[in-house]
Design a protein around this ligand. Structure first.
Ligand code: ARG
Length: 471
């Protein structure tokens, strides 16, 4: 059969042009959404009396058969048929005959492809919220296990103040919580129906867009037909939210890589998530976090790629917009892979509590607390800072830590010291002294874990509800 749009043409399409312009190699991923949209469209055409009932039924039956055949891998897509929309229409016409050609009444590929993308992405967004929730669950689980684990907290990657390891992990729970919120919020914009916009201006047929929206579970329809077919904001938004998710994963990756090094030995990733070296038998490499860190770059690339495609496009549809798909699919695959691995990798990670504790014992991360002690005795903080700076310098020169100093040594630096400082300097005391909302004191972290657990349950409920709605 010749091209579905071949009427106006007198020459065959150049073979290279056909290959260059075709999108079937990648948009075949939208087959199910394409048929889902077509079913709603043709049902509406019937309800509006635009097509007779027997045609509608034939087309519906045909579309169901085509979908089954695609699922079974029985349909061979052809580059000559350009994209998934034309390939499916062709398969339908092959199946039910010329009546299949009535499906495209009152519709354009421009509003059709946009609808497919909305249907596709809203499912992915719900799945991603589910995957992020699982990762949060793993982090919260480890946090519960590590409520008694003290570890150096860092700024500038220099030891700063001791914190609970649980508190450190809960910081990531907060980050992924914001990612979840962003994805949930984007759902309402994704869940807007473009179909009915036609090629750009609407259609001459008396269609009912709201009926189509209702059937497909869209909460609203695009207000403006030009905008409906030109809008790819929802994909940019997704790629941008995905970039933040990957950035968070990449920061966590960097820490896992550092913590698993011999220099730190804070954690050990399970063998199942590491690989070896082909030459150095002793090696156990943290390949998963390394690759996630690396793949973050390609997700940023997908975002910048699409922003750049869109930046000068005149209204309405332009073929450039076909470039919206590969980056989106790539980001979906990349982020799915990362999140699927991260949750079990975190859950099975061994935490070397002793090593962390030893690190805390061998640093000056309790220095702020003796400064605060002197402040409690009436010394202005600036002066206290100076005194403790000198005390630390003395320790470094004499190869000691603060807890090794005798009271006489302390008193050389300030007469305000008394033997209560030995209590103040204990890491447990240092941690628990930070008893402010959001701080590292054990009760605060326990409360934060409790709140996170409630939130986890809420998110799980949202996922369950929206998995159904986004089908
Ligand atoms: N394959 C096209 C895309 O992905 C579908 C829309 C084509 N529309 C057109 N007028 N050529 O953007």
């Amino acid at each position: 059969m010749s091209k579905l749009w071949g009427g106006r043409f007198t020459k065959k399409t150049d073979q290279l042009v056909e290959e260059y312009t075709a999108s079937i190699e990648f948009d075949k991923e939208l087959a199910q959404e394409d048929i889902q949209g077509s079913l709603a469209h043709v049902t509406m055409l019937g309800k509006q009396g635009i097509l007779p009932a027997e045609d509608v039924e034939a087309i519906q039956d045909g579309l169901h058969r085509v979908l089954q055949r695609i699922k079974r891998g029985e349909i061979e897509f052809a580059i000559a048929d350009e994209d998934i929309h034309m390939n499916i229409e062709k398969a339908l016409i092959d199946d039910i005959g010329a009546v299949g050609g009535k499906l495209h009444t009152g519709r354009s590929r421009n509003d059709q492809v946009a609808t497919d993308m909305h249907l596709y992405l809203r499912k992915r967004v719900v799945e991603f919220v589910g995957l992020l929730q699982k990762l949060q669950e793993a982090l919260v689980g480890q946090a519960r296990e590590n409520l008694d684990t003290i570890v150096p907290g860092y700024t500038h990657l220099q030891r700063a103040q001791p914190i609970l390891f649980a508190h450190h992990l809960m910081a990531y729970v907060s980050m992924f919580g914001r990612d979840i919120e962003r994805l949930q919020d984007s759902y309402k914009r994704i869940n807007t129906l473009p179909l009915g916009a036609g090629a750009l201006a609407g259609t001459t047929f008396p269609i009912d867009r709201h009926f189509v929206a209702e059937q497909l579970g869209f909460e609203r329809v695009y207000e403006n037909s030009l905008d409906a077919v030109s809008d790819r904001d929802f994909i940019v938004e997704f790629l941008s939210h995905a970039s933040l998710v990957m950035m968070h994963l990449s920061r966590l990756s960097e820490e896992l890589i550092l913590w698993s090094s011999t220099e730190f030995r804070f954690v050990e990733l399970d063998d199942a998530f590491c690989t070896g070296s082909s030459i150095m038998p002793q090696k156990k490499n943290p390949d998963v976090p390394e690759l996630v860190r690396g793949k973050t770059g390609r997700v940023y690339g997908d975002l910048i790629g699409l922003l750049t495609v869109l930046k000068s496009l005149p209204l309405a549809y332009n073929k450039d917009m076909q470039e919206d798909k590969e980056g989106m699919f790539d980001t979906v695959r990349t982020m799915q892979g990362a999140l699927q691995l991260f949750a079990p990798m975190i859950a099975t990670m061994k935490v070397n509590k002793q090593q962390m504790r030893q690190a805390v014992n061998q640093d000056f991360s309790n220095a702020t607390d003796i400064a605060d002690f002197l402040v409690g005795k009436g010394l202005p903080f600036r002066q206290a800072h100076e005194v403790i700076g000198k005390t630390v310098l003395y320790c470094i020169e004499n190869n000691k830590y603060l807890l090794d100093l005798t009271l006489d040594e302390f008193k050389q630096f300030s007469p305000l010291f008394d033997d209560r400082i030995y209590q103040v300097l204990q890491p447990e005391q240092v941690v628990n002294a930070r008893n402010v909302y959001g701080g590292t004191a054990t009760i605060q972290v326990e409360a934060a874990i409790g709140r996170a657990e409630q939130q986890l349950a809420q998110t799980a409920g949202w996922v369950e509800e929206y998995l159904e709605k986004s089908k």
